[in-house]
Design a protein around this ligand. Structure first.
Ligand code: ZN
Ligand code: ZN
Ligand code: FE
Length: 705
């Protein structure tokens, strides 16, 4: 049977070697026709006898990084066309192609780079259709060379030949380059054994590198960067080195080696060698493998663990431009390794951890952004501007929500500028004009203020509703569900600060069914950093002026925050009187369990923390081990989750909010619930922390229609 089909694909189908794959498949099956990128994805026309076979193999043999979201097929009249062609990209139509994230260098390119006979021997910008930068070089869609930051580099004849040959691995590899025609390094790769700090221009911005075995050098980096205690990430030369310093499961090794090549949070093996200041008191070491060819060359010269942290001062966004970096990092770095391939947009290293046997993204940036999350219902064209901390923004196009890379906390002017750039960048990349802006209910968030000034209709979304909706959306939960949304801070509908909320959610409507007994936050924001203040409010014991302040309700707002309860318990137990970064006290409390397993727990009847605190203080008085107290506290919380779920009786339970970055809390809550027949949904591709809020806001905008 002879017929002609037009096939339209959307999804991650550009920049993954899809067109040469289609070309080879069509030629092999003796089909005529053409293939072209379009702003919406990829269009194919095929004519011949084996069109069914073609469709089948299109699914089963598609390139490894391709993701087909939708496939539309229409039948056309045969034209008798001969041969198969790859056509130039069309420029019309709605832009909904998934821009690919940056991909770690592939094994074929690595082999060439270390082959002395290869023309790209030791060339730090080697790439092919299966690997290399994407999101950080794309200026516009469709994904073609003139629309990338490589447009200023004219291909040499040899690169051109590879680029135009459908049988070549570099056919239409847009960032194709070689030592003759491509970007160049500013200087030799330096040795870092003397403890010097190197500012390296990476894929999505500058990184600061220093020998991770050198305590003095690591401390100096902390001092210069103004970063007191937050753990530093490490880059290690290979998996063998990772295995020496960390306990590594097979699944974790897969995460390390994945094309996204994120920072993976791993348990340290206890073998000495890493400077203590890298991750003091943290239960994890954040480790990644070299992911760009340049990183491989740096690690070849320096084959030992390096601190690899984003090139900025604490709380500022990552630097991307050469001049900008020289200015901003000159007081920190001893040397610079620059190159002349511009970075289209900043993209930090992503952070992931294994949770419930699956990948959990905690910071979503390089390697993940801007892949869309597909949602069950088509959404109005809305821009969601996220929360104030760990900000991300998102745009909704039909059934897809495109989420920006991690932008960060919006406390500084630089961060707010990065936030505004991310918005205009995401909108222009997808040729998107929002008809409304979804934002947090909190009037003082920088993102909310921006939304109010945007001139567009504003859709305020309660913070914990957004957490719930984000998690439900990425898990495709459509029935009624119980949402457990626990975090540090989020403005509630009653003007108090929520953070231990249970909602019964159905068709976008939320009923608040349980929460912690409210308590005072003495000093407001100060109580967020200083858990001992909350402990004083909960126990009635503390400095007299503070207690009077609580008594009078002066600058002491009401809250139901689970995060603050963690802080208070950490302070009571002497684990942490205060937090130097968000969630630090809770992290230390989790770590203090030190692997202790017990079924015992404290009473927390209907979320009343008074009996719980009495029991903890009693155990402290009799000298019970800290690990036991911490475990019983965690168990009290998970038992309470099970209690509420049993009372509410819906099958699906969604766990979201920053507290569910806590591995013990999440795993035990999920196990308890599952053992009683509940279906438990936790985050995977979107963070449980406020990095997931923009997705939730976009989804909730449906309710405002
Ligand atoms: Zn490659
Ligand atoms: Zn070349
Ligand atoms: Fe939150």
């Amino acid at each position: 049977m002879h017929n002609r089909l037009r096939i339209t694909l959307t999804g991650a189908v550009q920049g993954v070697g899809f067109r040469p794959f289609v070309y080879r498949l069509a030629v092999e099956l003796g089909l005529s026709g053409w293939v072209a990128n379009s702003p919406a994805g990829l269009t194919i026309e095929i004519e011949g006898e084996l069109t069914e076979k073609f469709l089948e193999r299109l699914e089963t043999e598609k390139p490894p990084h391709a993701v087909i979201l939708t496939r539309e097929i229409s039948v056309l009249a045969p034209t008798g066309q001969q041969g198969f062609a790859i056509r130039d990209s069309g420029n019309s139509g709605e832009t909904t192609t998934a821009v690919l994230p940056d991909l770690a260098v592939c094994s074929a390119c690595l082999a060439e780079m270390f082959d002395p006979s290869d023309r790209r021997y030791r060339y730090p910008f080697i790439n092919c259709t299966l690997c290399g930068p994407r999101y950080t070089v794309i200026l516009d869609l469709p994904y073609d060379r003139p629309n990338t930051t490589m447009r200023t580099f004219a291909m040499c004849p040899e690169c051109r030949r590879e680029y135009e040959d459908p049988r070549d691995r570099r056919f239409h590899a847009q960032p194709i380059a070689c030592p003759k025609c491509g970007p160049k390094l500013s200087s030799e790769i330096p040795l870092l054994t003397g403890g010097q700090i190197l500012a390296l221009k990476g894929i999505g911005g500058f990184q600061l590198l220093v020998d991770a075995r050198n305590e003095e050098a690591v401390r100096r980096l902390r001092r210069l960067k103004g970063r007191e205690e937050k753990p530093f990430a490490l880059m290690m030369p290979d998996v063998e080195t990772v295995r020496r310093y960390c306990r590594l499961s097979e699944a974790e090794e897969r995460l390390l080696r994945s094309p996204a090549a994120p920072i993976v949070l791993l348990r340290p093996s206890g073998i000495p060698g890493i400077a203590p200041s890298v991750a003091k008191n943290s239960p994890y070491l954040g480790v990644m493998l070299p992911y760009s060819p340049l990183h491989h060359l740096v690690m070849e010269k320096n084959p030992f663990p390096l601190v690899a942290t984003s090139g900025n001062r604490s709380d500022e966004p990552i630097a991307t431009g050469n001049t900008e970096a020289l200015e901003r990092l000159c007081g920190i770095a001893d040397g610079f390794l620059l190159h002349d391939r511009p970075i289209a947009r900043p993209c930090d290293d992503s952070v992931v951890r294994l949770s419930r046997g699956r990948e959990l993204v905690l910071r979503r940036a390089r390697g993940y952004a801007p892949l869309p999350v597909r949602v069950p219902q088509p959404l109005p064209p809305v821009l969601a501007v996220g929360a104030h901390l760990k900000n991300t923004v998102a745009i909704a196009i039909g059934n897809q929500v495109f989420i920006s890379q991690h932008i960060g906390d919006l406390d500084t002017l630089e961060a707010r500028e990065a936030f505004e750039r991310a918005i205009s960048d995401l909108c222009s990349l997808y040729h998107f004009r929002p008809e409304a802006v979804a934002c947090d209910l909190h009037p003082d968030y920088a993102s909310t203020i921006w939304a109010r000034q945007s001139g567009l209709p504003v859709i305020p979304v309660q913070h914990h509703y957004a957490h719930a909706a984000a998690c439900a959306a990425e898990n495709d939960v459509r029935d009624a569900y119980l949402a457990v949304c626990w975090d540090g801070t989020g403005l509630g509908l009653d003007d108090t600060i929520w953070g231990s909320e249970f909602f019964l959610a159905e068709n976008g409507r939320f009923e608040r069914v349980a929460h912690l007994r409210p308590f005072r936050l003495p000093g407001g924001d100060a109580a967020v950093r200083e858990g001992w203040r909350v402990a004083a409010a909960l126990t009635g014991e503390g400095p007299a002026p503070l207690l009077r302040m609580i008594e009078a309700g002066l600058n002491a707002p009401w809250t139901t925050s689970a995060g603050r309860l963690f802080d208070a318990v950490a302070a009571l137990c002497g684990v942490a009187r205060e937090s130097r970064f968000e969630g630090q006290a809770a992290m230390l409390l989790e770590a203090s369990m030190a692997g202790r397993r017990t079924e015992a727990s404290y009473p927390l009847p209907d979320g009343d923390w008074r009996p719980l605190l009495d029991a903890i203080r009693n155990d402290l008085r009799v000298g019970a081990p800290l690990s036991e107290i911490a475990a019983r506290f965690h168990n009290a919380l998970t038992d309470w989750i099970l209690e509420v779920a049993t009372r509410v009786r819906v099958r699906d339970v969604v766990l979201s909010g920053g507290c569910f970055q806590n591995a013990y809390l999440t795993e035990r809550a999920a196990a308890l619930l599952e053992s009683r027949g509940f279906r438990v949904h936790t985050h995977q591709r979107v963070p449980p922390n406020d990095g997931g809020i923009s997705l939730g806001q976009a989804v909730m905008s449906l309710q405002a229609q």
